[in-house]
Design a protein around this ligand. Sequence first.
Ligand SMILES: Nc1ncnc2c1ncn2[C@@H]1O[C@H](COP(=O)(O)OP(=O)(O)OP(=O)(O)O)[C@@H](O)[C@H]1O
Ligand SMILES: [Mg+2]
Length: 459
Amino acid sequence: MEKPAKVLVMGSLGRTQQEFVEAMEDRGWALSLAHDLAMANSLVGEAPHDVGISCFHAQKRPDTPELKRVIVNSDMEWVALIREEELEDSALCQVLSSLFMAYQAEPIDIEGIDCLLKHALVMKRLRDDDSSERKMTRETEFAMVGTVPGMRKIFETIRRVAAVDAPVFISGESGTGKELAARAIHENSQRAPSPFVAVNCGALPANLIQSELFGHEKGAFTGASQKKVGQIEAASGGTLFLDEIGDLPLELQVNLLRFLEERTIQRIGALDEIRVDVRVLSATHVDLEKAVREGRFREDLYHRLNVLQVEIPPLRERKDDIEILARFFFTKFESEKSMKVRGFSREALAVMQQYHWPGNIRELINRVRRAMVMCERRLIKPTDLGLERRIANRHAITLEEARNSAEKAALIGALSRNKHKVKKAADELGVSRVTLYRLMEKHGLERKGENDMTALPSA
Ligand SMILES: Nc1ncnc2c1ncn2[C@@H]1O[C@H](COP(=O)(O)OP(=O)(O)OP(=O)(O)O)[C@@H](O)[C@H]1O
Ligand SMILES: [Mg+2]
C-alpha cells in the first residue's frame, strides 16, 4: 500500500477490540475508532477516510435509518462485522445488501477482513478516479469550454432541454457557439444515435432552400434530374438544426410551420405526404422579435420554434474564460504552430482581455491560429494576434476613471428613466436632490430648467 489507508471502525468488538486494532495496524491500516454515530460523523468530518467497518451488534446498534444516513453520506466503501444470528433480522439484511460491499460473521478472521478491506479500498479508488474524470470532462463539457457562472448555467440548461423533445431556440451573437450548443443538445438527448442535420437558412437562395429542406421528385422542375431527399427527411429520428432561421423567406416560413404542426412533409412534385419524426432546434444572430414586429418573420412560427430557449452570452461577457479558451485552442492547434512558439506573452493575454471580440469565439480561434503560425518568437505578442493597433490608442483606465464613468452612466440612466425629473431620479439613485445636482455639475450634465437637463457631449 502506498500510504496507509484510513479505516473508520464504527461500534465496538468488545473484548477482542484491542487485539483486532493491533492486528489491523500491523497490516498497515490506519484505524480511527468511533463508539457511536456522532463520533463517526465527526471523525469523517475531520479527515476523509477510505473504508469503514461497522461492528454494531444487535443490542447496541443505532436506529437503522440513522446508520444508513451515516453510511450514505460518508463517500466510503463499507464492510460489516456481524453475528451469524443477526442475519435473521430482515431490516439489517436489507441495509447489508444495499450499503455494504461485504460482511463477515464472527468469529473474526483477521486475514479475511484484511482481504475484504483491500478489495473495498480498490473499489473506492476506482470510484474516485471515475468521478474525477467526470469532473474533468465537465470542464470541457460537450466540447464547450466554459468556467464562468454564465456558461455553467448554459451547460445546465443544455442538459435540461436535452432531456425533453420540445423545440429549442438558441440565440447569441455571431460566433458565440450556437451550433455547438445545438450539437450538444442532440448528443445529450435520446435522439443521439440518429442523425443531426444542420441547415443554414441564410446560405441558400429561396428557390433552392425549399428543395433543400423538403426534397423533390425527379422531374419536379427544370433541372431536377434526380429525386432528392430533403434535409428534414434526412434528419428522420434525429435532430434538425435550422441555423439563421431569421433569413428564411416568408413563403417558406409557411411550409415550415405546416411541417411543425402536422409532422408531415411533401417533396416538391410529390403527391404523397411523408410522416417525419424530427426534433427542431433553431438559431439566429438577428433579433427575431424585432423581425416579428416588422412583419419579416411569422409570429406563429416564432412561437412554435421558441418553446425553450438557450441564450449564449458574447465572449466579452465571459472575460475569465478568454485566457482559458485561448490556451485550449493553442493546445488544439498545436500541430500547426511554428517551431519556436511556446505560449502567450503577458501583454497578449492582457490585450485579449481588453478586446471587444465582435466575432466572439470564432474570431478568437482565428486570431490564435494565425498567431501560432506567424509568431517567430517564443511567446505570442499582441501584434501576432493583430490586436496591437486597436488597443494601443485606448489608454489604460484607472479605477478612479472607471468609477467616474460608471457614476455618470448611472446619472444619465436615472435621469432619462425619470423624464429628467431631478427629484424622482434622486429618489431612484438613493441620494438627495442636492447631491444629485452636485453630481450633475461634476459630470457636466446641464440643467436646462428646474426639471430638465441635457447631457453635454463628453470631452
Ligand atoms: N465554449 C466553447 N468552447 C470551445 N469552442 C467553442 C465554444 N463555443 C464555440 N466554440 C467554437 O467556436 C466556433 C464557432 O462556434 P459556432 O459555429 O457554434 O458559433 P455560432 O454561434 O453558430 O456562429 P455563427 O453565428 O457565426 O453561425 C466553432 O469552431 C466552435 O467549435
Ligand atoms: Mg452557426
